[in-house]
Ligand binder design. Structure first.
Ligand SMILES: Cc1cc2nc3c(=O)[nH]c(=O)nc-3n(C[C@H](O)[C@H](O)[C@H](O)COP(=O)(O)OP(=O)(O)OC[C@H]3O[C@@H](n4cnc5c(N)ncnc54)[C@H](O)[C@@H]3O)c2cc1C
Length: 442
């Protein structure tokens, strides 16, 4: 003898069966329609296939196809769209789970109260139902949608308008000497203002309607910095490319649309259709430089969760790579010191005894000065970066041509083609084993 018998395994029946069985009752669930064991294989995605009266699964009738569909007498002229089978009509629903409007509950007292059917209100308040909504939404699970396009709007706007930022100001570029990057950064800055305006509107709205974000929203704010930095870096590359190749602007327009849909803006990577393909999830997450940013900003701003550490590390690295890397040169070890362009770099204890005859010395651009004496070099390019400039040079080290980058004050920077001498700061140099690449502590 069963405790409960439920007739119909549709949206309602199946849920009731699960809940009662979960509370220890012996439940029998009866379903007159078919069991759709392999919908992925058996069904097509075409609406007309679904509605086909002979073979379509979208049919309200018994599992035995030789029998006619069920007929229902309706009191008025009404079209009922239903599906019979395990899962019932949820086999065809749109996966949309809106809550009822607060105005249909008995305790509603808004200015538009009279706009609702006040003679058929739910006999309890909206707040009474909230814990049940939250429980159902957690069980399904339901996700917030749409999940905002603000980062994408900023990113796309900044890239699109930056393309012609240099080309469009050709006369200014030719007449006045100033850091050219400012033109592109000005365009990125303009789009950043739009981003700030969107945030000013969005954050208070989220705080009101998504209470769980009240403790996490702040974590999204510092992430705007790497977002702007990443957009600024890519914008510079695009602006420079547009000077040489005029079609970059149009090519970018074509690329931005698919790029937008490949970025998880309107969906999350745990979406059922994607999550079953782990390699695809990894590719969408880490193969797209904007994806970790969007995910890291969305978690605190919409889901009330702090961003994942991996995403945060990625966005800061992606946002701020681009400054010249360390100068690395292999130099001979002699008399307990490594000689780098005439400057002796003291070695760690035991390095000589370990039999090394050469070492790799690493010097960051800010630790390499343009000085009176040092390594003779020729200036290939000087890049202004505001108050400072990067001086890209070629030199001869150990009989081979080497590239070195020094950092200098912009107004004291040498010019392209100048002969200079570069002096490393010995106490700021880093030492590495040439065989293993291992860093040697001093
Ligand atoms: C195209 C479409 C899109 C939709 N999209 C959404 C949406 O996005 N969000 C949303 O919330 N809702 C949506 N709905 C509505 C939602 O699917 C239904 O409200 C929900 O499935 C109703 O659940 P139910 O259990 O009342 O009925 P059903 O899900 O229809 O289940 C009834 C079940 O009972 C079985 N049955 C009937 N008589 C018997 C009997 N005598 N013996 C044994 N079994 C029997 C039937 O075969 C059927 O399987 C959509 C509906 C349609 C048609």
């Amino acid at each position: 003898m069963r405790d409960v018998i439920i007739v119909g395994a549709g949206g309602g029946g199946a849920v009731i069966a699960k809940e009662l069985a979960g509370r220890g009752l012996d439940v029998l669930l009866l379903e007159a329609g078919a069991r759709f064991a392999q919908p992925e294989q058996d069904w097509s995605h075409f609406e007309s296939d679904a509605n086909n009266p002979a073979s379509g699964y979208f049919r309200f009738g018994p599992a035995d196809r030789s029998k006619p569909p069920w007929v229902r007498e309706l009191a008025q002229s009404t079209l009922f769209v239903q599906l019979s089978g395990v899962g019932g009509t949820t086999n065809h629903y749109q996966g949309n789970s809106p809550r009822a409007a607060p105005g249909v509950f008995v305790d509603y007292d808004g200015a538009d109260k009279s706009a609702y059917d006040t003679s058929h209100l739910f006999p309890f308040g909206y707040r009474d139902l909230l814990p049940y909504y939250e429980w159902v939404e957690h069980t399904l699970p339901v996700e917030t949608a749409p999940m905002s396009r603000k980062e994408e709007i900023f990113f796309q706007g900044a890239l699109q308008s930056s393309c012609t930022s240099l080309l469009g100001q050709a006369s200014l570029v030719k007449q006045v000497r100033f850091p050219r990057q400012l033109l592109t950064f000005a365009v990125v800055g303009t789009n950043a203002v739009t981003l700030v305006v969107m945030l000013v509107v969005l954050v208070p709205v989220n705080l009101i309607f998504i209470p769980e974000t009240r403790t996490t929203f702040w974590a999204a704010l510092p992430l705007m910095l790497p977002l702007v930095a990443l957009a600024g870096g890519i914008a510079l590359v695009l602006a420079t490319l547009t000077v040489v190749f005029r079609d970059v602007e149009h090519l970018l327009t074509a690329i931005l649309l698919p790029w937008f849909f490949l970025t998880p803006v309107f969906y999350t990577l745990d979406l059922q259709q994607i999550s079953g393909h782990p390699h695809l999830v990894q590719l969408l997450h880490w193969g797209n430089p904007v994806a970790p940013l969007v995910i890291a900003i969305r978690d605190p701003l919409f889901f009330g969760q702090l961003p994942q550490l991996g995403d945060v590390i990625y966005v800061f690295v992606a946002g701020f790579i681009g400054s010249p890397s360390m100068n690395l040169c292999t130099v001979p070890v002699f008399n307990g010191a490594a000689s780098f362009g005439g400057v002796d770099v003291p070695l760690p204890q035991g390095v000589v005894a370990n039999g090394r005859t050469s070492l790799v010395i690493g010097v960051r651009p800010e630790s390499l000065d343009v000085a009176e004496e040092g390594i003779p070099a020729k200036v290939d390019v000087v890049e202004d970066v505001g108050a400072d400039a990067f001086v890209f040079c070629s030199t001869e080290l150990g009989g081979e041509t080497a590239k070195l980058v020094a950092r200098s004050e912009a107004r004291k920077a040498p010019k392209q083609g100048d002969r200079v001498t570069l002096r490393p700061r010995a106490d700021e140099a880093h030492l590495f084993d040439p065989a293993s690449g291992e860093r040697l502590e001093r």
